[in-house]
Ligand binder design. Structure first.
Ligand code: 6PG
Length: 254
């Protein structure tokens, strides 16, 4: 797995914005539009804010980008916990995205999350090109990682990790039993480009377990079959990687 280490979260977000911009522009050049799955949580905030500013604001053809999410909490769209709300506040409300190209995960339909998962899987099928095995192929998937090695809402030991038929799964999480919707591993692994953004010393142990020890934690099982996988770490997250971490330089510190 390729990775780069950045001195701090801000320099990581600068480099990540460059990578995101390049991936979207390449997809639009190749097929006239781009499909992006946004990460949730707090780490991507800086990146999204930076994408909403020059030069990326003007460089990316936002009107032909379809936005999805890697996962969503079972909360209303305006809830402070909502990944959709976070992306709206930091990026979507500041760029000329077409409303019909914003595909919020309907996780607030908590009453029947399984039905919501099936409905959203239909949107993926209708909107994205088919990749390996007929799985919907994102041009770019952004992911974070939790301290336990989870990514999106695929948590260690969760049966959703072995879901090989559905595109979207409804899951219970260890976080106060909150329920969520998540893209499944076959969809993540059908992507053309997957970028992990991992920041903070609290992620160092999980980062070592995945990148150095190759433990099959959920984040370690994201291995795009015919796509690029890149991990972008700050110094805190990389601090237990030892020589490997020191040797890794910002491949694109532009
Ligand atoms: C979510 C995310 C989740 C997140 C990690 C890291 O909905 O919370 O999809 O997978 O990326 O938990 O979260 P932080 O960036 O807040 O550390």
């Amino acid at each position: 797995m390729q990775f780069a280490v950045y001195p701090d979260p801000d320099s990581l977000s600068v480099a990540a914005a460059t990578r995101v911009s390049a991936a979207i522009v390449a997809a639009v050049e190749a097929r006239g539009e781009a499909a992006v799955a946004l990460a949730g949580g707090s780490t991507p905030r800086r990146l999204y804010e930076r994408l909403a500013l020059p030069p990326h604001h003007d460089r990316i053809p936002w009107s032909v980008v379809d936005f999805f999410w890697g996962d969503e909490r079972a909360v209303p769209a305006d809830d402070p916990e909502s990944n959709y709300r976070m992306a709206r506040e930091t990026l979507l409300d500041h760029i000329p995205v077409r409303p019909e190209r914003i595909h919020r995960m309907p996780a607030d339909r908590d009453a029947d999350l399984e039905e919501a998962a099936r409905a959203h899987a239909g949107v993926l099928r209708a909107t994205l090109p088919a990749g390996n095995g007929g799985w919907p192929r994102f041009d770019l998937v952004l992911l974070g990682m939790g301290e336990d090695g989870h990514t999106a809402s695929l948590f260690p030991g969760d049966p959703a990790l072995d879901e090989m038929d559905s595109r979207v799964a409804a899951v219970e999480t260890p976080y106060r039993g909150t329920r969520r919707l998540t893209l499944t591993l076959p969809v993540l692994n059908a992507a053309a480009v997957v970028l992990f953004l991992v920041v903070g010393g609290d992620k160092a142990e999980a980062t070592r377990r995945v990148l150095a020890d190759r433990e099959p934690l959920p984040a370690g099982r994201v291995q795009p079959e015919s796509g690029q996988l890149f991990w972008m770490l700050d110094a805190g997250a990389a601090r237990l990687l030892g020589k490997a971490g020191e040797a890794a330089n910002p491949a694109d510190s532009a």
